[in-house]
Unconditional design. Structure first.
Length: 210
């Protein structure tokens, strides 16, 4: 992988040999028009990941809300499950895609940390982590709408279970939130202490080593 490659390309390059992964930076009308001129066989090999897509750990991916143009990319991942962290409902198009591809859906209805009144319930994140830490649900895509805040909290709490330093956890959070970081999210991660009752017999190898 060339230096400066988009994280989505690095995350799936080994899984999708021979395919061209189109990064969000390439997802523009000019590029789309150019791609439309390619032969059909070549267009089929251009895979567009969802917004803010990345690998969290082997078998666990994160992103923003997937749409129809992301479906060929997701199909290559061989997803077993998808987890949607949001209080909004899925679109009928997404629900139909998950059903047609026999992908289990976990919908954790969380509104997000929005001052002064909105606050994520620790029990909801603990419940989500139990499912993420069950290798029977892998490969799994975890996503919210933008792949920044709610997923940032979920991944941050996972890293806390992995005993990452708070500095490293916040650095990862900021890489995805950019200028839209929320202090309330970082505070939530820092104080998170809910019991995560994951089945030790179903832990993925990377969690079992922790």
């Amino acid at each position: 992988m060339a230096a400066g490659a988009h994280p989505a390309e690095a995350a799936v390059a080994s899984l999708l040999p021979g395919a061209t992964v189109q990064s969000p930076a390439q997802d523009s009308p000019v590029v789309a028009a150019a791609v439309a001129q390619w032969p059909a066989t070549e267009r089929e090999r251009v895979l567009v990941p969802p917004l803010n897509f990345a690998m969290v750990e082997p078998g666990v991916y994160r992103s923003g809300y997937p749409n129809k143009k992301n479906f060929p990319f997701l199909k290559k991942l061989g997803l077993q499950s998808v987890m949607y962290i949001c209080d909004d409902d899925y679109t009928p198009e997404n629900l139909a895609y998950w059903q047609q591809n026999h992908i289990n859906v976990f919908h954790i209805k969380v509104a997000g940390n929005k001052e002064p009144f909105g606050e994520i319930n620790q029990a909801d994140i603990a419940d989500a982590l139990v499912k993420v830490l069950d290798r029977n649900n892998h490969p799994i895509l975890i996503h919210c709408n933008k792949g920044k805040h709610r997923i940032g909290c979920l991944v941050g709490c996972l890293r806390k279970l992995q005993k990452w330093s708070m500095a490293s956890i916040f650095d990862e959070y900021r890489r995805f939130s950019g200028t839209k970081l929320r202090i309330a999210d970082q505070e939530f991660i820092e104080v998170f202490d809910a019991c995560v009752d994951a089945d030790p017999n179903s832990l993925p190898s990377w969690a079992a080593r922790e």
